[in-house]
Ligand binder design. Structure first.
Ligand code: ACO
Length: 310
C-alpha cells in the first residue's frame, strides 16, 4: 500500500541506508535529486571549458598531459552523473536541452575567465578543493547511485586538486613574474570559490528539506567554513595572500573568521549575468549541434545491430 511504501522510504533514511532506483520515492525527493544531479552533471561538462582554454598553450608536454587527463576526467564525471539522473527517470537529451536553453543551472564558478596558466593551478587548488569539500559528504548521500558515483569522482577530484597545488608550488619557486601570476589568479578566484557552496543557509531554499532527506549532510555555510579552515594553512605554505582583510583565526570558535561574500555577485552570475555565461552556454550548444551526426550514426549502428540479432 502507499503507506507501506512511504514507511519503507522513511525507514531507509532513518537507518542511514541507501535508496535505490527500484524503491518508491516521493515526487519531491525525486525532483530534488534530479535537479541536483543534473546541475552537478552540467557543471562538470561546462567546467571543461575554462581549463580546456589552456590545453593548446600548456607550457610543457608534462603540463599538457596532466591538463588533458584532468579535462577528460570532467567529461567522464558528467556522463557518470547523467547516468545517475537517468536511474530517476531523467533523460540525458532532455537535460542537455535544458542546459543549452538556460532552463537548468550549473555552478557559478565556471562563468569566470581563465586569463593565465596560473589559473589552471588555482582552479585545481581552490575550485577542485571546494568541490571535494562539498562532494566527500555526498558519498553518504541517501540516493545510492549518486552516492556511489561520488566515491570515484572524489578520488579523481583529489588528483585534480593535487596537480593544481603542485603546479602552484612550482610557480611560487620560480620568477617574480610567476609568483605575481599566481597571486593574481588567487585574487580573482578566492571569492568565487566561496560562492560555489551556494547562498547562505538563511537564504538556501533547499537545504532544510535536503538535510532531512539526507541528500545533503551539511549546510552550505558549514561546508564553506570547512573549506576556509582547510585552505588558509595551504595558502600560508604556498606563500600567497588570500584577498580578505577580515580573515583571522578565532580561538573561541576554533575556526577562521572571514569577510562577507558578495551575495549579489553570486545572484547575478546564477541569473546568467556573469562574465562568461553567454559564451559558455553558446559553446556547449555548438558542441551539441556539431555532435548531431555522431548521435545519428550511433543510433543507426545500434538499430542495425538489433536487426541483425533479430
Ligand atoms: N552556482 C549556481 N547555482 C547555485 C549555486 C552555485 N554556486 N549555489 C546554489 N545554486 C542554486 C541552486 O541550484 C538552487 O537553484 P534552484 O532552486 O533553481 O534549483 C538555488 O541556487 C538555491 O540554492 P540552495 O537551496 O542552497 O540549493 P542546494 O540545496 O541544491 O545547494 C549545492 C547547492 C550546495 C551546490 C548543492 O546542489 C550541491 O551540493 N550540489 C552538488 C555539487 C555540485 O553541483 N557541484 C558543482 C560544482 S563542482 C564541480 O563540478 C567541479
Amino acid at each position: 500500500s502507499d503507506q507501506e511504501l512511504e514507511e519503507h522510504f522513511e525507514r531507509t533514511i532513518d537507518k542511514d541506508q541507501r535508496l535505490e532506483p527500484r524503491d518508491w520515492l516521493p515526487d519531491g525527493y525525486r525532483k530534488t535529486m534530479v535537479r541536483q544531479i543534473a546541475q552537478h552533471a552540467h557543471s562538470e561538462i561546462i567546467g571543461m571549458q575554462p581549463e580546456g582554454n589552456w590545453i593548446t598553450r600548456a607550457p610543457s608536454l608534462r603540463r599538457k598531459a596532466i591538463l588533458l587527463a584532468k579535462v577528460q576526467d570532467e567529461a567522464g564525471h558528467g556522463l557518470y552523473l547523467y547516468s545517475a539522473a537517468e536511474t530517476l527517470g531523467g533523460d540525458r537529451q532532455d537535460l542537455t536541452e535544458k542546459l543549452i536553453t538556460g532552463r537548468q543551472k550549473y555552478s557559478s564558478i565556471f562563468n569566470y575567465p581563465t586569463l593565465s596558466f596560473a589559473d589552471v593551478g588555482v582552479i585545481g587548488w581552490l575550485v577542485d578543493g571546494a568541490a571535494i569539500c562539498n562532494q566527500v559528504p555526498l558519498c553518504r548521500s541517501s540516493y545510492g547511485p549518486y552516492a556511489r558515483a561520488m566515491i570515484r569522482i572524489c578520488k579523481e577530484e583529489s588528483f585534480h586538486q593535487r596537480q593544481g597545488y603542485e603546479l602552484l608550488m612550482k610557480m611560487m619557486k620560480g620568477t617574480q613574474a610567476q609568483r605575481d601570476m599566481v597571486q593574481d589568479a588567487v585574487n580573482r578566484f578566492w571569492w568565487p570559490s566561496l560562492m560555489m557552496f551556494g547562498p547562505p543557509d538563511a537564504e538556501s531554499s533547499h537545504t532544510e528539506q535536503s538535510m532531512l532527506w539526507k541528500i545533503k549532510r551539511h549546510t552550505n555555510d558549514e561546508l564553506r567554513q570547512r573549506f576556509v579552515d582547510m585552505t588558509v594553512p595551504q595558502a600560508e605554505m604556498l606563500g600567497v595572500t588570500l584577498p580578505d582583510p577580515d580573515l583571522e583565526w578565532n580561538a573561541e570558535r576554533e575556526h577562521y573568521d572571514f569577510g562577507e561574500v558578495d551575495w549579489n555577485e553570486l545572484k547575478q552570475v546564477i541569473k546568467g549575468n556573469g562574465p562568461c555565461n553567454t559564451e559558455r552556454v553558446a559553446r556547449r550548444r555548438k558542441a551539441h549541434e556539431d555532435g548531431e551526426w555522431v548521435r545519428e550514426a550511433a543510433s543507426a549502428h545500434a538499430r542495425k545491430m538489433t536487426e541483425a540479432k533479430a
